[in-house]
Design a protein around this ligand. Structure first.
Ligand SMILES: C[S@@+](CC[C@H](N)C(=O)[O-])C[C@H]1O[C@@H](n2cnc3c(N)ncnc32)[C@H](O)[C@@H]1O
Length: 213
């Protein structure tokens, strides 16, 4: 029998957390969408793209406006409700579904590309990380774009120092690019490029992987 661990990032997005996440500062939202744009320069327009997790729908909206055929999925009902409303407010009609990244109900290669933005750092164990990556690679026809938290940045270093000094332990699990590459390598995907706002300052990276033919 499979053991499913309900880690905090999977259960914390109730109605109030979902609203708070959606209301994060505009400057931060803008910087994160700019990071997506850097990587999507290598994704042909009009592709079928799955935004998983879609959260409140900001990446789906951003990418749909650029001509991608977006679908979204998330595990949180509250997040999906916000995404539905935001898409409707923007006159966009993208299918949204409740899904668990560890066991997706999609067919093999159902989408051309998948973007998995700001979820990987919530995974507490290597086995969950591998399971999620295996599912993404099964459902992606050719590309997966995945963000992760790098341990080699000033902000990760500051977080570790705070924890050592008795401060609150961060809920962010960092992973090296090498570790992320290993999970994809087992599924026949190779790294195309790793993106970051400024790699040694900011912890958020976005890596583009593609299926090796
Ligand atoms: C930090 S938010 C990021 C949302 C979106 N990608 C964005 O950048 O706005 C993390 C999201 O992951 C979702 N999530 C957590 N565990 C999940 C799982 N096992 N399967 C699918 N979604 C999950 C949460 O519900 C939440 O919406």
């Amino acid at each position: 029998m499979q053991t499913v661990i309900d880690y905090r990032g999977k259960t914390k997005y109730d109605a109030s957390t979902a609203l708070a996440y959606n209301d994060r500062p505009a400057r931060q939202q803008f910087a994160e969408m700019a990071l997506l744009d850097k990587a999507f320069a290598l994704v042909p327009k009009s592709r079928r793209v799955l935004d998983l997790p879609c959260g409140g729908g900001r990446a789906s909206i951003h990418l749909a406006r650029q001509g991608y055929q977006m679908s979204g999925a998330d595990h949180s009902d509250a997040m999906l409700q916000i995404a539905r409303q935001s898409l409707a407010d923007n006159d966009l009609d993208c299918p949204l579904e409740k899904q668990d990244i560890e066991q997706l109900s999609y067919a093999d290669r159902q989408f051309d590309s998948i973007v998995c933005f700001r979820l990987f750092h919530h995974f507490p164990t290597p086995s969950i990380r591998q399971k999620a990556v295996s599912e993404l690679c099964r459902v992606a026809g050719s590309q997966v774009l995945i963000s992760y938290s790098s341990p080699y940045s000033a902000s990760s270093f500051a977080r570790r120092l705070r924890a050592l000094g008795g401060g609150r332990r961060s809920q962010k699990f960092t992973t090296s690019l090498g570790e992320v590459e290993r999970y994809f390598g087992t599924q026949g995907f190779r790294l195309v490029k790793d993106f970051a706002r400024s790699p040694f300052l900011h912890t958020l990276h976005l890596a583009l992987f593609e299926r090796v033919q």
